[in-house]
Design a protein around this ligand. Structure first.
Ligand SMILES: Nc1nc2c(ncn2[C@@H]2O[C@H](COP(=O)(O)OP(=O)(O)OP(=O)(O)O)[C@@H](O)[C@H]2O)c(=O)[nH]1
Ligand SMILES: [Mg+2]
Length: 207
């Protein structure tokens, strides 16, 4: 009877598995993620820097209003977003359009709990952005931020108030509620946005 329990103890060890040598370039290519250049706009205080800092696992202590612009490479599992945040103060936002060139997508952040006056100003800015020649064909991620506040309007209320359906018909956009208290949800929203950037999802509008 044959014994299948293993090779005889005096047999030579099995040969090692063949080694696959990768050149350093091939190694980098395997792990390189696609990168997209994205512009992030919204009125001052909307929470742009706070959200982007949290996405980069940076401290949000001592965040001050952005003067001019700031750029962050924000990592996600399947892409890196090079996000250019434009400060939202009145004396800065009049120059926003100078920084739109080269953008592949737009993140618009608004404070859902702001005064009616500020909400109307945010709506006007979003409408201008959606119609701007350099942005009008790009995917938009609209974040109705500050959802943790009792006075926050829901994403549905914002959608109606902003009259997005007629204006953004045929465009690729997503409107989601957000708060810096719940970054997992924010990451999911960015995941959907990245799908739009990859052009995987061509649904015209979703909420
Ligand atoms: N409660 C609450 N506070 C928030 C939220 N997001 C941001 N904030 C606060 O809002 C304030 C302004 O946030 P920023 O991130 O500086 O806003 P910004 O949009 O970058 O403003 P500018 O750079 O001036 O355009 C900070 O005190 C944040 O802590 C949120 O979701 N909920
Ligand atoms: Mg800022």
């Amino acid at each position: 009877m044959q014994n299948y329990s293993g090779p005889p103890s005096n047999s030579p060890p099995p040969p090692p598995p063949p080694r696959v040598e990768l050149s350093s370039n091939a190694f980098i290519a395997l792990y390189a993620l696609p990168e997209y250049d994205v512009v992030c706009i919204g009125l001052t205080g909307a929470g742009k820097t706070s959200l982007l800092s949290r996405l980069c696992s940076e401290s949000t202590d001592g965040i001050v209003p952005t003067t001019g612009f700031s750029i962050k490479a924000v990592p996600f599992p399947n892409a890196i977003l090079n996000v250019k945040e434009l400060g939202g103060a009145d004396n800065i936002k009049k120059y926003w359009s100078r920084y739109y060139q080269g953008s592949q997508g737009v993140v618009f952040v608004l404070d859902s709990a702001s005064s009616d006056e500020d909400l109307e100003a945010a709506r006007n800015e979003l409408h201008s952005a959606l119609q701007h020649p350099q942005l009008c064909t790009l995917p938009f991620l609209i974040l109705a931020n500050h959802q943790d506040k009792p006075a926050a309007r829901t994403p549905n209320q914002i959608k109606k108030y902003f009259e997005l359906e007629p204006l953004a018909r045929g465009k690729r956009w997503i409107l989601e509620g957000s708060t810096t208290d719940s970054m997992e949800a924010v990451k999911e929203s960015f995941g959907q946005f990245i799908s739009l950037l990859e052009d995987k999802d061509t649904e015209p509008a979703r909420i």
